[in-house]
Design a protein. Structure first.
Length: 121
């Protein structure tokens, strides 16, 4: 199995052939961006979905993003301005009740989203 990323001088690089490849799964769960009606936006592994109810593992609340002009771009490219993003620390599990959009995430975007340091005050 070939590595998807490598570090050079503390910079993470992604293989060119993995750029638009869908993010891998963990224990059968897909990594997605989930937009809700009133709770905001999350990134994480979708454990289950029943109608509008979604259980997300290792859920990161995306309070504010920069460097991508839409969630669609964030799901494909990630952000080119991680220092201007406000992504909360991940929580083990969250259940959202009004999911209105689930976006597939590329391997490139997943790596990028996970590299944004948690925003804390």
């Amino acid at each position: 199995m070939k590595p998807e990323t490598m570090m050079i001088d503390e910079v993470k690089y992604i293989r060119e052939d993995a750029v638009n490849v869908k993010a891998g799964t963990r224990n059968g769960m897909e990594f997605k961006i989930i937009r809700t009606y009133s709770a905001g936006v999350f990134a994480g592994y979708v454990e289950s979905r029943t109608g509008k109810e979604v259980v997300i593992r290792d859920a990161i609340r995306i309070w504010q993003w920069a460097g991508a002009n839409s969630l669609s771009q964030l799901a494909v490219d990630g952000t080119n301005s991680p220092s201007n993003c406000h992504f909360a620390m991940s929580v083990d599990k969250i259940e959202v009740l009004e999911a209105i959009e689930l976006l597939d995430v590329t391997a490139k975007a997943k790596s990028n989203i996970l590299s944004v340091p948690p925003w804390k005050k």
